[in-house]
Design a protein around this ligand. Structure first.
Ligand code: ATP
Ligand code: MG
Ligand code: MG
Length: 548
């Protein structure tokens, strides 16, 4: 089922539209600009944008920028770029900080209604007095402050008369509530910090649980979709909307966040990898960030198809990372030209081929997609083949090159290995082969058959290239053993091989994608590629058990 029939939220929205409960569907994607977006965010982005789209509604991109210390404009910019790249266009770009004044006024309203009070307890004391699931909390001694005193203190909090942590504004709800979130939650805290948008205009900042419902209500969001951890916060969400007397009444719905095998998705941990230079930036191809996946060579189409397939549910689950790989193979199968690259070269001299002669051979660009046409590739007396396409003492059933054996060179001729050249350490450095001109590809030669076909590139015109092959940065197993996070890094997460590609790759640009015969799908790396050398990232190998 490719149309995410498991999307329970869609059923709710459809019902709300049908009954006239909402006239226009409005959703939002609300990232905190404290890091780059990752594949988990993509799930939320696709859900919010596609839902509104389906019901001809609107989606806002709203930055939840209520925590100035961790936020930065670099993140604000990268998030916009990534959402656009994924193929979505927001109706309106908003910032929670746009609403600081209105949020403040609503807080004053709460105080006037005796629904909020200024509390002098420390964060630690507040935590301790909140009680547990089995024990009610204890009321703060400041809970009975008069409305006048609270109004005065709150305005002085705003004016900067108190230090960080000296006072907070708390909702006055119920210290005995079975839901701990309703035990007088903090609405505002003091933070003398520079905000990336409001500068030093504020030294009090609203908490997420207060700012989020107000932002939703101000924007007329109808369906506020968040992850399951916020389920217990929903009564507080409704309390804020009601008690602040908001005109619109948004509703919160929760779904299970995306987890992928062998993939770290916490922004805090991803930031650690960047800060400690374990990776070369947020867009390192090993990162599960949107920018990392893009640099590795993933397409927006593949990511969207993946998000659609995994669907939206309320049950926690972990998706196999091979599922994501399946969708990039599917997307590139007909789009990517199929060419030859030799990752670990071994020189082959074809002794009976005329010296100095170069001929051009014709090769299809994609046998599954004729429209991609054909190209010309050079062939001569010297070529490179893959080191592991030769074995001096092969096991039985080895059909590639070994002394005396004949194989087919893809798009070219049959060659037979006649001689093995070694250096003083005994390492094979060159093969001497002969070719049979009768066997030229495309001529319909049927005289005899060979079992192995290997790829190659002509040696004098081949372009040097680096191939960067990846494994997970941190495997689930390693992350599970209780060691500090940074000690769990896979030492083999990146392997660089230096080889060659066909000369027609001269024109390849950053992000161009290819299928290299037998090696998988690769994309030109935008950071490392230079005028001197092409650098390719392996997106994915050709097959996994998932595609079988
Ligand atoms: P972190 O805890 O790593 O900081 P976050 O959830 O706080 O992540 P936000 O920037 O607040 O990150 O997330 C923006 C939106 O993306 C939220 O609505 C959140 O629910 C959603 N989201 C974040 N991670 C995932 C995930 N793994 N799967 C689905 N949705 C996610
Ligand atoms: Mg967060
Ligand atoms: Mg968050």
């Amino acid at each position: 089922n490719k149309t995410s029939s498991s999307n329970f939220i869609k059923h709710i929205v459809a019902e709300d539209v049908k009954t006239g409960k909402v006239s226009e569907v409005v959703t939002r994607f609300p990232p905190e600009p404290n890091g780059y977006l990752h594949i988990g965010h993509a799930k939320s982005i696709c859900l919010n944008f596609e839902l509104a789209d389906e019901f001809k509604g609107k989606t806002n991109l709203r930055f939840d920028d209520t925590n100035p210390v961790k936020e930065d404009t670099e993140y604000v910019e990268s998030i916009q770029e990534d959402v656009k790249w994924l193929g979505f266009d927001w109706d309106s770009l908003r910032f929670a900080s746009d609403y600081f004044e209105e949020m403040y006024e609503r807080a004053v309203l709460l105080i006037k209604k005796d629904k909020a009070y200024v509390c002098d307890l420390t964060a630690e004391q507040i935590r301790e007095s909140r009680g547990t699931l089995t024990q009610p909390g204890q009321e703060s001694p400041y809970r009975s402050r008069s409305v006048e005193e609270n109004l005065d203190l709150f305005s002085r909090m705003r004016a900067g008369e108190f230090k960080d942590g000296e006072k907070v504004l708390r909702a006055k709800i119920d210290m005995a509530s079975p839901n701990i979130n309703l035990r007088d939650p903090v609405l505002y805290r003091i933070a003398h910090a520079h905000h990336h948008r409001t500068g030093d205009a504020w030294c009090i900042y609203p908490m997420y649980d207060y700012a989020h419902p107000l932002g939703d209500a101000i924007e007329g969001v109808t369906h506020s979709i968040c992850t399951l951890e916020f389920e217990d916060h929903r009564p507080l969400y409704d309390w804020v909307v009601r008690e602040c007397e908001m005109e619109a009444t948004p509703h919160q719905y929760e779904f299970a966040r995306l987890n992928l095998t062998n993939t770290v998705m916490s922004k805090r941990k991803l930031k650690m990898l960047v800060d400690e230079r374990v990776v070369d930036g947020w867009d390192d191809p090993r990162m599960p960030t949107i920018s990392g996946l893009r640099r590795k060579g993933f397409t927006a189409e593949a990511i969207r198809a993946f998000c659609r397939e995994i669907g939206v549910a309320r049950a926690y689950s972990t998706v196999d990372e091979r599922m994501l790989e399946h969708f990039i193979r599917e997307d590139l199968k007909l789009k990517a030209p199929r060419t030859m690259a030799v990752l670990q070269p071994l020189k082959v001299v074809i002794t009976n081929y005329p010296e100095g002669q170069v001929e051009m051979l014709e090769a299809e660009n994609n046998p599954e997609n004729e429209e991609m046409g054909k190209r010309q590739i050079p062939f001569s007396r010297e070529i490179y083949i893959e080191r592991d396409d030769f074995m001096e003492n092969p096991p039985s059933k080895y059909f590639r090159l070994f002394p005396g054996n004949e194989v087919r060179l893809k798009h070219a001729y049959f060659i037979t290995c006649q001689e093995v050249i070694k250096d003083s350490s005994g390492e094979v450095v060159e093969l001497r082969c002969t070719y049979d001109p009768e066997t030229k590809s495309g001529t319909g030669f049927t005289g005899r058959k060979v079992k192995g076909t290997i790829h190659w590139v002509e040696a004098t015109q081949a372009l040097a290239a680096d191939f960067r092959l990846y494994e997970p940065l941190i495997t689930d197993e390693a992350d599970d053993n209780g060691k500090p996070f940074l000690e769990c890094i896979n030492p083999n997460s990146l392997e660089v091989q230096q080889g060659f590609v066909e000369p027609n790759m001269q024109e390849a640009k950053a992000h161009d994608k290819f299928q290299f015969f037998r090696h998988g799908y690769f994309s030109v790396d935008p950071k490392h590629t230079s005028a001197e050398k092409l650098v390719f990232n392996r997106i994915v190998s050709l097959k996994s058990s998932f595609d079988a």
